[in-house]
Design a protein around this ligand. Structure first.
Ligand code: HEM
Ligand code: HEM
Length: 152
């Protein structure tokens, strides 16, 4: 590894992405609560609506979107600075795939808020795929961390 890059920078992306996994889990929780609110009977709805789960989900979701895009490109930047090239690895390809998924899922927001059922179902499907890939990404990501640590 060239001396130009401080060693600790290698751990910025992994730490950020673990935090993002937790935040994405929270977004999922809020999304499920938003659905509960939407489908509840009048009595339950009165209680649930106070939680503002839909708005909170949208806000946290927006942060998840931004950090996914920036964190992913940050990972590529670090790999490039370390090696002068990128490796076409599962972690790179799945990472790029995840950025595409969340971009499309987020772009459906205006339609979802207008009550479009297809957009809503597509949003959930895309983001459930995203969460599944995220777990896989954590595994391959830790394999890279391990390699950087043992090769240092
Ligand atoms: C971690 C990824 C995400 C997951 C797992 C997720 C999941 C969900 C779920 C389960 C719902 C409820 C669907 C229903 O009512 O049937 C929902 C609604 C929604 N999501 Fe997401 N979502 C994610 C990210 C995002 C992002 C990035 C945005 C936009 C920036 C977003 C915007 C919305 C909006 C606007 C709604 C409608 C809320 C309402 O009914 O008031 N979500 N999402
Ligand atoms: C907890 C989960 C994750 C861990 C531990 C992790 C770890 C790593 C590590 C160690 C690198 C090498 C660059 C560096 O030294 O910092 C890397 C690169 C990269 N990561 Fe992650 N990552 C995780 C999640 C993600 C996620 C969720 C995405 C995309 C949404 C992503 C996208 C990328 C990309 C595109 C690269 C550059 C290509 C490569 O080096 O293979 N990572 N990751």
């Amino acid at each position: 590894m060239p001396d130009t890059l401080p060693f600790f920078l290698n751990f910025l992306h992994p730490l950020l992405m673990w935090a993002l996994l937790a935040l994405s889990g929270y977004a999922l929780f809020l999304g499920i609560k938003a659905k509960k609110t939407r489908t509840a009977d009048a009595e339950q709805r009165k209680e649930l609506i106070k939680g503002k789960f839909g708005q909170r989900h949208f806000q946290i979701g927006s942060i998840v979107l931004a950090v996914t895009v920036l964190g992913s490109f940050g990972g590529m930047a670090v790999t490039y600075l370390n090696n002068g090239k990128l490796f076409v690895s599962p972690h790179l390809l799945v990472g790029i795939g995840m950025v595409c998924l969340i971009a499309v899922a987020a772009s459906l927001s205006p339609l979802i808020l207008k009550g479009n059922l297809v957009a809503r179902k597509a949003h959930v499907g895309l983001n459930m795929t995203l969460m599944t890939l995220f777990l896989w990404q954590a595994v391959t990501g830790m394999q890279i961390v391990n390699k950087i640590w043992t090769d240092r």
